[in-house]
Design a protein. Structure first.
Length: 567
């Protein structure tokens, strides 16, 4: 049963009787109070006070007189303008637990997206740079949003908008031709590419002719010279091969790798259109779109030397995506430092007269530091993601060795726990907050961590294994106690949280939800025996345990964390 729909109908009936009024959107007004003393659902009457021209407490009073207890509603109370509904505990628990079990991994899903397309630009790594921790958040937030939107019936297109354009690639080709070899880059991978680049800069200090060579090779890439493209594509292949190892560890995939260079031949029409619409303005030899009226610096479209900055590529990419996918939303999961960049070119799309400019959204996130120190390539303080993940798996393995030496498949579980811990930590706080990565917090089995939630899930699974087949029909009256009701209330909140996570592009709501559900279950578990002589009561408690396991698994799945059955 959908409780909100049920209660909304009762409220609508009371409104008709008491005020001869009808109001839209009542189910959406119903809240689930955090404090159980405020009931299972609360209806804020101040939402109606303007339309009814009456103070909220008076409205609550009049409505409550007209809502009688029934098999679902135990009682209604008026508190400060709220109408608080208390449901019959047994029916409430039964209905929610059974719904979770029946829907399994589809719990919290819906078809409200109606197949509308969401483009998600995430990870978007740069060629010839090794995957480091600075790209973890974009990768995992994007991955989680992908899963969350799909859960709600949208169709997602995951786009790795590769940074594969820029003068540095000309320099790298020059360096490669001088000092590199196919074997060296094949074996050394992306590190070998970085070395070439570093060497180029060092030698260019004493040999300025090198810079010219770099420029020449960049020009050749631009002109589509076969040799230049062959080498450049090799660099790309090597970078992507290295990155793929990381993506495999994290379980992340993409539908498209169309990056900056993909738009080389797609920018001219955009520039032409800007000119035709009178938006392009010359400024010291360069071309810009003026945004003074919007209180922003001008958006650079064409540099003095004819080169195109990233805004022009992003514009071309947005037009391409609109045409190719007809997106409902186009999300950019990119650090908040780039906020101005996105606001600028979103505004340009708006000025061009496209109403879908409103569907472009910068999903910003904070910076990551490591053990209290800001990362800096220049100072040589970098943390590579493959190394970080490998270390997490090793550490998880040590803990497992200590806690459960007899566990089967320790390697697999260590991978799930180690990597899950890193991902969970990354998605725990509001995305806009900066993150300080600290090992002691990431892998703490007792804190608000991935391992803690995974451990609770495994605990549920082991209770279920012990319980075996149910031998009696469940008697849900057994769940009429405060701790069990807290678990039920958490389960009930999940579908709403998935929707909210989607609306706000905020996966952390689900991360935090898993901690809430897990700790509510643990509190229940410590104070109640699940398997007792009473088979019907045991069955109800087993079902609550199964529903918890299932919902934890689903929620973890949505944020990209695996849920081992044994730990
Ligand atoms: N490659 C860029 C970086 O590493 C991010 C690109 C984001 N996507 C975009 N369409 N601008 O900072």
């Amino acid at each position: 049963m959908e409780f909100k729909a049920y209660l909304a109908e009762k409220i609508a009936g009371a409104l008709r009787e008491a005020f001869d009024a009808s109001v839209d959107g009542i189910p959406g007004f119903l809240e689930t109070p955090h404090n159980p003393e405020m009931g299972d659902f609360a209806f804020p009457c101040f939402r109606l006070s303007k339309a009814l021209r009456m103070a909220p407490p008076a409205i609550a009073g009049k409505l409550s007189e007209r809502i009688a207890p029934d098999p679902v509603i135990e009682r209604v109370e008026c508190v400060g303008g709220y109408l608080n509904f208390f449901l019959h505990k047994t029916g409430y628990a039964q209905s929610i637990v059974e719904r979770v079990l029946e829907q399994g991994e589809r719990y919290g899903s819906s078809d409200e997206g109606q197949g509308r397309v969401i483009c998600i630009d995430y990870s978007s790594i740069n060629i010839a740079k090794r995957f480091h921790i600075g790209h973890l958040s974009t990768t995992m937030i994007g991955n989680a949003l992908y899963k969350i939107y799909e859960h709600l019936g949208y169709k997602c297109v995951g786009i790795n908008h590769l940074g594969d354009w820029g003068t540095q690639f000309g320099k790298m080709i020059a360096a490669y031709r001088k000092w590199g070899s196919p074997e060296q880059v094949e074996q050394g991978g992306v590190n070998a590419l970085t070395e070439l680049y570093v060497r180029f800069h060092k030698e260019a200090e004493t040999d300025p002719a090198l810079e010219d060579e770099g420029r020449l090779w960049f020009k050749k890439i631009e002109d589509g010279d076969p040799e230049a493209l062959r080498i450049f594509n090799k660099f790309k292949e090597i970078t992507l091969k290295d990155a793929q190892r990381v993506y495999d560890m994290l379980g992340v995939q993409f539908d498209s790798y169309a990056g900056e260079s993909f738009y080389n031949d797609k920018m001219q029409p955009v520039i032409d259109e800007l000119r035709e619409k009178g938006l392009l303005k010359e400024s010291q030899g360069a071309y810009v779109v003026d945004l003074e009226d919007e209180g922003m610096p001008p958006c650079l479209i064409l540099k003095k030397d004819g080169a195109t900055p990233s805004a022009t590529r992003d514009l071309a990419a947005a037009f391409y995506r609109k045409k190719t996918y007809d997106f409902y939303k186009d999300l950019y999961v990119v650090a908040y430092q780039q906020d101005l960049h996105f606001r600028q070119w979103f505004k340009v799309v708006e000025k061009m007269g496209y109403d879908w400019a409103k569907d472009l959204e910068h999903v910003a996130f904070g910076m990551v530091s490591y053990e209290g120190r800001a990362l800096s390539t220049r100072e040589g303080y970098v943390v590579y993601l493959d190394e970080l993940l490998t270390r997490a798996v090793e550490k998880a393995r040590e803990i497992i060795e200590e806690k459960s030496p007899n566990l089967a498949d320790k390697d697999k579980v260590a991978r799930q726990v180690g990597i899950g811990a890193v991902v969970f930590f990354d998605l725990f706080n509001n995305r806009i907050k900066d993150i300080d990565f600290r090992w002691e917090r990431v892998l703490n089995f007792d804190g608000e961590t991935g391992p803690y939630v995974q451990y609770t899930h495994a605990r549920c699974c082991s209770v279920l294994a012990k319980a075996g087949e149910l031998s009696a029909a469940p008697d849900y009256a057994a769940l009429d106690n405060a701790q069990a009701q807290e678990v039920v209330r958490s389960l009930e909140r999940f579908p709403e949280l998935v929707r909210e996570a989607c609306q706000r592009n905020e996966p952390s709501l689900l991360t935090r939800f898993t901690v809430e559900l897990a700790s509510n279950f643990n509190r229940y578990y410590y104070e109640n025996r699940i398997l007792t002589e009473d088979a019907a009561a045991s069955a109800a408690r087993v079902n609550l345990t199964a529903a918890t396991a299932s919902c934890l698994r689903t929620a973890l799945g949505l944020i990209g964390v695996e849920a081992p059955e044994k730990m």
